[in-house]
Ligand binder design. Structure first.
Ligand SMILES: [Zn+2]
Length: 313
């Protein structure tokens, strides 16, 4: 096979497409992307021999822009990273990639709403819906977003994502949002696009909430999009919870009945004195422990995450 010359974006799309099937497709990669892809394939227990290093990377040369570029999903983590690091840079751009999270209906309007309340303008990039089904959740979704933002806006001073060093209860695939995954991909992005900083990670979920409180934006938690229950089920689940425990949330995006909503209530109560009915906190505790006991889809469950919530399995 002859060498295949592509830009960084071309390779990232190839890799993304390859992850959309249970059996990975063979991918031809430039050397800079191989360490990342090997980790990715290993994580999914796929044969690393599917890689071929004959790919030739044509480095793109986008204009440099004097800003920090922030991925902004409308969730609490990307909000917290922006609030924590916005002043590191001479200017900022907040960006939402539409089409990257098709299951989370309403996420885009939430992101827009949170940005408006914060007084920042939100830029949107559209992920094209190709024949290859670029709409599915994928382990490299955030890396694809990283690449798309560089392609769209140019090379920034730094780039920020709502990622935590310690992956909490919310993660379905540890590699997905982990520090290791971002750092591996960032090495490739620096080869393909040029040097840019990765804005420091949040420590964990508590750090995320803490940043929002310390910067005086806790009211925005009533408008963030963090619950991952399917949209058409949220309202009935919330009504059921409210019938049992009374009102427990002012955010109509929260279902109040999933482990993510449970974690939110538990942390807000434990660390930020937000009051909840005791029976509801017991309900949340059971949800979190049930999640902790279930076999993890990818990588086992991090028991240390329960410690910070004062729970043991
Ligand atoms: Zn929920």
């Amino acid at each position: 096979m002859g060498n295949i010359a592509k830009t960084g974006m071309g390779f990232v799309f190839d890799l993304y497409k390859a992850t959309l099937t249970a059996e990975f497709q063979a991918v031809t990669l430039p050397p800079g992307l191989i360490p990342y892809a090997e980790r990715l394939y290993t994580m999914y227990k796929q044969n690393v021999g599917l890689l071929d290093d004959k790919g030739e990377l044509v480095t793109t040369n986008p204009q440099s822009i004097d800003v920090g570029l922030f991925s902004f999903s409308g969730g609490k983590d990307s909000l917290a990273v922006f609030l924590k690091h916005r002043h590191r840079y001479s200017g900022t751009i907040c960006c939402y990639v539409a089409g990257a999270s098709p299951a989370y209906i309403g996420e885009h309007s939430r992101a827009q709403d949170v940005a408006t309340r914060l007084g920042v303008s939100l830029r949107t990039i559209q992920l094209r819906r190709g024949k290859n089904g670029f709409l599915q959740e994928s382990v490299i979704k955030n890396q694809l977003i990283h690449a798309m933002m560089l392609d769209e806006f140019g090379l920034p001073q730094g780039i920020g994502f709502g990622a935590t060093e310690m992956v909490g209860l919310q993660s379905m695939a540890f590699f997905h949002d982990s520090k290791q995954a971002f750092e591996l991909f960032h090495r490739f992005a620096e080869i393909a696009w040029g040097d840019h900083e990765f804005a420091p990670f949040l420590e964990d979920e508590v750090d995320s909430y803490n940043t929002i409180f310390q910067t005086g934006h806790e009211d925005l938690l009533n408008f963030t999009a963090s619950c991952m229950t399917r949209p058409h089920l949220k309202r009935s689940l919330r009504l059921d919870v409210e019938n049992r425990f009374g009102q427990v949330s002012y955010n109509d995006y929260d279902c109040c009945a999933c482990y993510k909503c449970a974690e939110k209530a538990f942390i807000l109560n434990r660390y930020f004195d937000r009051e909840y009915v005791g029976d509801y906190l017991d309900f949340c505790k059971d949800l979190i422990l049930e999640k902790a006991r279930s076999p993890h889809k990818m990588n086992g469950f991090p028991a240390q995450c329960l410690g910070k919530l004062g729970l043991v399995v």
